[in-house]
Design a protein around this ligand. Structure first.
Ligand SMILES: [Fe+2]
Ligand SMILES: [Fe+2]
Length: 370
């Protein structure tokens, strides 16, 4: 009993347990179950059958989806299908005429992911994730579209350092990040500065200016968005593939695989569109010509949008066309760090980072129970 008491105390001392894990009511039930069922059940299963690990995985994914929704909403307000015609939107359409529709649809998808995962968590007696207390960031100051200026955001899209190494990673036929390999950026300058992916004001929006070519600076903003879309969604692609390996319940696995599949579809779409970014120079930002520069190495060639078969698990196996990376170690914390480096959380509070890292830590601790 002394051991049981100390174990309970240790768990209770984990600040994040009640804060982030199974709802308090669920925790009480777990405690009661432990007393009758012994230590083997310690904290493993909530009152309604979802494991603590599964809840932690879903909670981190819910947080990621809330953040995705927030950033996609900003893109939709300024460039989506219901946004008024503007130079920014026309700049986006240089990547594909259907960009506004795709942006709006990606936003709808993220919102549905967020709402579904939180509803599922609640149906299992687990706490949903709420990031509303952290909705404090200032966004675009565009005033010519009502409702944008002054709206508080969770994410910042105006000082991004967009990593484009996913581009070369998916074109490599003999390297894999899970085997320790690193990859060069397709747009090296984009990761070196802080660039906006949305119009910060009316001038950068260019309302009703739909002539082409688009103003060079506004096209640079649209190009940045185009690469950022793919950066975000390739992250989701890997995150879900990794998380699937950590869950226990078949139903939770079904959720993770089914939502994760749509992240892959998003990534594939944006990967194709980013290759159409207009080559240009805007200050220190240089978008190379990924379509026509001859000779173009395969590592940059814009129409190679299918994952090149590469080494997987071990170099002793034949190469295989795969999502990459998919290793599970510290994957959630890696996602938090990756998005932080991206600049997405610029200006967020220490409390925000603490909350998000608690969720990531819990998810990284989750292990499939056999
Ligand atoms: Fe999503
Ligand atoms: Fe997504």
């Amino acid at each position: 009993m002394a051991k049981l008491d100390s174990t309970i105390k240790a768990r209770a001392n984990r600040r994040s347990f009640l804060k982030n894990g199974i709802a308090a009511a669920g925790a009480v039930t777990v405690g009661a179950g432990m007393l009758s069922g012994g230590l083997s059940a310690l904290g493993a299963v909530s009152s309604s059958g979802i494991t603590e690990g599964d809840a932690a995985v879903l909670r981190f994914l819910a947080a990621a989806e809330i953040l995705e929704t927030d950033l996609w909403q900003q893109y939709t307000e300024l460039g989506g299908v219901h946004a008024p015609p503007s130079a920014y939107q026309t700049g986006l359409q240089q990547l594909d005429a259907d960009m506004p529709q795709y942006i709006s649809d990606n936003t709808d998808d993220e919102k549905s992911h967020e709402l579904f995962i939180n509803a599922y968590l609640m149906s299992k007696g687990a706490k949903p994730v709420n990031l509303e207390p952290f909705r404090n960031l200032e966004g675009s100051e565009v005033t010519v579209i009502p409702g944008i200026d002054g709206k508080r955001r969770l994410t910042n899209l105006m000082q991004l350092s967009v990593d484009t190494s996913w581009w070369t990673r998916y074109r490599s036929g003999n390297q894999n990040p899970d085997l320790g390999d690193t990859f060069p950026n397709a747009v090296p300058t984009l990761v070196k500065g802080k660039f906006t992916a949305i119009p910060r004001n009316d001038a950068e929006l260019g309302l009703a200016v739909t002539t082409t070519p688009v103003n060079n600076h506004i096209q640079a903003i649209a190009n940045t968005a185009g690469f950022h879309f793919a950066f975000i969604e390739q992250g989701g692609t890997s995150l879900y593939a990794a998380m699937a390996q950590k869950v226990t319940s078949l139903e939770v696995l079904r959720i993770v695989l089914s939502i994760g599949g749509t992240e892959i579809m998003h990534f594939q779409t944006w990967h194709d569109k980013a290759g159409n970014a207009i080559p240009l120079t805007d200050g220190t930002l240089v978008f190379p010509d990924l379509k026509n520069d001859i000779p173009q190495p395969e590592s940059l060639q814009s129409n190679l949008i299918m994952p090149e078969p590469t080494v997987f698990l071990s170099k002793k196996f034949p190469v295989c066309s795969i999502i990459r990376p998919t290793a599970t170690k510290d994957v959630a914390m890696g996602a938090v760090n990756g998005l932080t480096k991206d600049g997405l959380f610029m200006g967020q509070s220490p409390d925000f980072f603490e909350f998000l890292k608690d969720l990531a830590h819990e998810a990284d601790e989750a292990q499939r129970q056999i």
